[in-house]
Design a protein around this ligand. Structure first.
Ligand code: G3P
Length: 221
């Protein structure tokens, strides 16, 4: 299972990469805006800075919503670095654009996915990654994890190559459940990744080991 970090914050990306468990980065226009990154050139430079921090797979989202503009913008984003994956919304022109980029060997991430039907369309078009949003479904009383399970099952039926990239992952149990279900990738904030470290028995056990060691070492001196 791959871990992507869902942020445009450079120090968070660095911290996750430094842990040695990071496989990629996803961003979206809201996350870029949160970092105060606006204007074409600043956005491009920021994506380049992210690419320079990690090994591969940096999702950069298009703002355009009509086919020609998505193609133009996607090509510009792909030119920034070989690590870029062009992130495209689940709309009719987006699906057409995904098909085009697939034929050109440019990787895509189909985003804003909320149903199995949408997942089938994206896979048929040749998306490299599919981003179903778990947390946002949970927010409106639908079961986000159930959707991941359904999509993993459907993709398995037909051997679709599109990787299921669980997004809008809000807490560590979302992540663990996605692993159980067999999602290929999970993208989440840094706190969800570091949350996996935590267990009270680890903390108390370590404190005990260190205290016993220090007591024994004290007796020897
Ligand atoms: O990758 C999509 C993700 O950023 C959405 O997360 O928490 O805003 O629903 P959230």
């Amino acid at each position: 299972m791959k871990f992507f970090i869902d942020t445009a914050n450079l120090s968070e990306i660095e911290e996750a990469y430094d842990m040695g468990v990071l496989d990629g980065v996803t961003t979206n226009p809201s996350l870029m805006a949160k970092e105060g990154i606006t204007g074409e050139e600043n956005v491009r430079n920021h994506y380049k800075a992210i690419c320079d921090l990690v090994d591969d797979k940096v999702s950069a989202e298009v703002i355009a919503t009509d086919y020609d503009a998505i193609i133009r913008e996607g090509k510009e984003l792909a030119k920034i670095d070989d690590k870029i994956v062009v992130k495209i919304p689940m709309i009719r022109d987006g699906i057409k654009a995904i098909k085009y980029f697939h034929s050109e060997g440019i990787r895509t991430n189909c985003t804003l996915v909320f149903s199995a039907g949408q997942a089938i369309l994206a896979a048929k078009a040749g998306a490299s990654y599919l981003s179903p949003f778990i947390g946002r479904l949970d927010d409106i009383s639908y079961d986000g994890l159930e959707l991941i399970q359904q999509i993993v099952h459907i993709y398995g039926n037909f051997g679709f190559e599109t990787e299921v990239l669980a997004a809008s992952v809000r807490h560590s149990m979302h992540l663990v459940k996605c692993a159980e279900i067999g999602a290929d990738v999970v993208t989440c904030p840094l706190k969800v990744i570091t949350g996996l470290l935590k267990h009270p028995l680890t903390d108390s056990g370590l404190a005990q080991f260190l205290s016993d060691h220090n007591k024994a070492a004290g007796k020897l001196t």
